[in-house]
Design a protein around this ligand. Structure first.
Ligand code: HPA
Ligand code: ZN
Length: 337
């Protein structure tokens, strides 16, 4: 039986704050772009690519994800990928989207920074014009690469400073603690960029602490392992430090062995500003509303939690106070119907 809250979850206005745009590449688009760009893939068909989506941990996913991203070469490819995501997000009543992109994955293959950010940014502009959707770009650094490589990438990005709002840290968390990028984040902070980092997904809760204390991030991406440390859980709630939680991703990458074991309700009950997001929707079995549905199906979450999660998504977003208040008013109107 469908969850009776599903229509509310689908229709409520929401922000998405944790989406890797390369993780929105559906297999069909990967094959279409491979054909268009004459890129040879290690997979014979859409079906055999899909069969590779049986992940056992973060690294097993990243291997397939970077292979998928290898078809992206031209500005138009980045536009098409981003536009497909934004149209899908609009259908899920996402009214504000903060999008991660991984420039190092593409620069390494000889793609120019202008093509990457130009295509993604153009799609965001079109979403604003066509859907009234707001958004921003967050440039993520691959933590398995060196801090020097990250610094070089930041330099390449600076001529496009007006096209992104912040930086983040993603890729393999184990053995790559946040403090590896202390100087990079200090530099970005001086530039007035927003700061976020993946921490406490596969890595220990100690990485959440160093992301806060050494990198001075404003949000933690994932962060679900905070509950291994009661004092840290309390601190995140007290400091209103948002967590961008991705339920389907967490189950696919075995952070939790099933959705019923997810700690989202616990996080909310602890007073944490937790949000629901899709991470890599093409790889993990669904876009943002599928994430809401899956976690509400598995856990005893109620209507008030739906409201709280949507509210948290706007509270945690990098929005001006004026626009934030407009979205919150719209959310309140929706829930008063
Ligand atoms: N974790 C770390 N790096 C990533 C992810 C993720 O879930 N998705 C894309 N890059
Ligand atoms: Zn992520």
């Amino acid at each position: 039986m469908p969850n009776p809250l599903s229509p509310i979850l689908q229709q409520m206005p929401k922000a998405e704050l944790h989406i890797h745009i390369e993780g929105s590449l559906e297999p069909e688009m990967i094959f279409a772009l491979a054909r268009r760009n004459r890129v040879k893939l290690a997979y014979a068909s859409v079906d055999s690519l899909r069969q590779a989506y049986a992940f056992t941990d973060l690294q097993s996913f990243l291997d397939v994800y970077y292979a998928g991203a290898s078809v992206l070469l031209q500005e138009q490819d980045f536009f098409d990928m981003t536009w497909a995501y934004l149209a899908r997000a609009n259908a899920d009543n996402v009214v504000h989207a903060e999008i991660f992109f991984d420039p190092q994955t593409h620069i390494e293959r000889g793609v120019g920074f202008a093509a990457i950010i130009g295509g993604i940014h153009r799609a965001l502009e079109q979403a604003k014009a066509q859907f009234g959707m707001t958004g921003g770009l967050i440039m993520c650094f691959l933590r398995h690469l060196s801090e020097d490589d990250a610094f070089a990438t930041l330099e390449l990005a600076l001529p496009y400073r007006d096209k992104f709002i912040g930086i983040g840290l993603d890729s393999a968390e184990r053995d790559h603690p946040p403090e590896k990028f202390a100087r990079l984040f200090a530099r970005a902070r001086k530039l007035g960029l927003h700061l976020v980092a993946h921490a406490g997904e596969e890595g220990p809760s100690a990485f959440i602490k160093t992301a806060l204390d050494v990198l001075h991030v404003e949000r933690i991406d994932h962060g679900v392992r905070c509950t291994e440390d009661a004092a840290l859980t309390e601190r995140l709630a007290r400091e209103k430090m948002p967590l961008t939680v991705c339920p389907l991703s967490n189950v696919k990458l075995r952070v939790f062995d099933r959705m019923a074991a997810h700690n989202l309700l616990h996080l909310l009950e602890a007073g944490i500003v937790a949000t629901v997001n899709s991470d890599d929707p093409a790889y993990f079995g669904g876009y943002i509303n599928a994430n809401y549905d899956a976690v509400f199906d598995a856990l005893p979450l109620k209507r008030r939690h739906a409201y709280q999660l949507a509210r948290n998504s706007f509270d945690a977003a990098f929005l001006s106070d004026t626009v934030r208040q407009q979205y919150l008013a719209r959310l309140d109107t929706f829930f008063r119907r």
